[in-house]
Design a binder for this molecule. Structure first.
Ligand code: FES
Length: 76
């Protein structure tokens, strides 16, 4: 994927559920981990929220506020 094509993905996060946000960028199930990091020096970031909420999750993997988009993708 061309880096200019990265955009955040809006996701409904459920209270108390643990999510695994892909940090390596190899997952085919963005923005979540699908196990494709095997062989990379990378592990997914575990995320749990305290209340149901809709958030934009980063797919460019350059955000400074992982797993949430901070707008960095616009400058890639
Ligand atoms: S997708 Fe927006 S900062 Fe990564």
């Amino acid at each position: 994927m061309d880096k200019r094509e990265f955009k955040p993905i809006s996701v409904d996060l459920k209270k108390g559920k643990t999510y695994h946000w892909c940090q390596c960028g190899q997952s085919k199930s963005q923005p979540f981990c699908d196990g494709s990091h095997e062989g990379y020096f990378c592990e997914p970031l575990q995320v749990t929220v305290s209340e149901d909420q809709t958030k934009k999750l980063c797919t460019c993997k350059k955000t400074k506020t992982p797993p949430y988009c901070d707008g960095t993708h616009r400058n890639l």
